[in-house]
Write a protein that binds this ligand. Sequence first.
Ligand code: SF4
Length: 440
Amino acid sequence: MGDLNQSLPFMAQKSDNPLALAFSELKAGGMMMDMMTRKSGPIPDWPSFWAKRRPQFFGAYINIPFCQSICGFCGFYKVRPEPDLLKSYLTALISEIRRQGHLASDLDLKISALYLGGGTPSILSASEIERLFSEIKLHLPLTDDCEITFEARLSTLDEEKLKVIFASSINRLSIGIQSFDTSVRREAGRKDSREEIIEKLSLIRENFSGLTVIDLIYGLPGQSLDIFASDLDLAASCKAHGVAFYLLKAVPGSLWHKDITSGLKSPLDGLAKLSEYYALAVKKLSTHGLERSSNNHFSLPSTDRNRYNRLSMGRYSIMAFGAGAGGNHEGSHYYNTRQVSSYIEKIEQKQDPVALFQPSQPDYEIQDKISRQVQSGTINLDNIEIENGQRRDNFERYLEQWQSAGLLYQSDGGLSLTTAGYFWSPNLEFALRSLFDPKA
Ligand code: SF4
């Protein structure tokens, strides 16, 4: 063992309630942690970048950063869908789909998960959705079993759009419900009522041959544990194939963050309270027969592959399309320019829309293995191949300490996350990855 007196910043607090008390803050998970901490570098030559090593798994993300109305909790970049702007954006996006699609085909890369997110992709008109998907089909090299997810907000879906969606190659609809409760929804800036969304969801379930996934948020103002329990029951009774549940944060840039900081709105619930919602979600969804597929996503057995999210959280290769979209490959990350007008201008002038490139770090393979193990719910040091020395010792010290603090337990495959371990998994991932961060 190395220097046992050296302090490690992510030792958990030991208590009889690790779910509520293990840490006092929750780190940003996934790619966010890299985006905020990594140095940028020169934009590479893209054919050489993608040809560097054949991706083990390859996905693509298309961003539609437009929203008709703004939800109080949302910190994503989005703009109002002025018709001319939307039209020019779609044209620019299609030209990127053609250009990068051909690059991927030339390198014989096959996309096994495609995700259209935003913003609100369902804000596109029926004819725009049709046009976009005919271009996708023609120019993107999709595998035969490609998971094609389309994010939708129910208020934007009319009969005509639904018909186009049902007839398209979309095979997974991700629907942001957030809460079924009418007053909680209205407080968050969502106009449609509980009854309206239940009716539309059942129409989708009856007529759509693909999968439906419902997104919920917990900790919303006015949403008690009882209301959240009813949200989970309703998601299950609407026969969603998958349910994802996200913790509410006052995200800088959101309307609520501004109101809370200026004292116009009460602070949101703290982590100890939020952890109760998390435990409730795990219990309720398991009772309804859904199985865990990640720390915040449960699915009906053998239905929802949740493939894109697994690729993205597991730091596999993703090709990015559209303003603000982010991609990665072999430990390097890149982000397109966020401003819609500047994205359109760059594409029209045949310039690269990438605004930020973060090259890989020396130990990215170990770091990515760590992320995949934490995401999978079982950590096994034997499969990470860390040399003997201080970093390995610190890794072991973390695992031992977290086990004694109730975040991990010994299982057949290694050390598995308890419910508390899953709740705090962004901290576990951050702590273990940080051991291999050259800045640390
Ligand atoms: S939550 Fe979704 S629909 Fe609401 S403002 Fe944000 S991106 Fe738009």
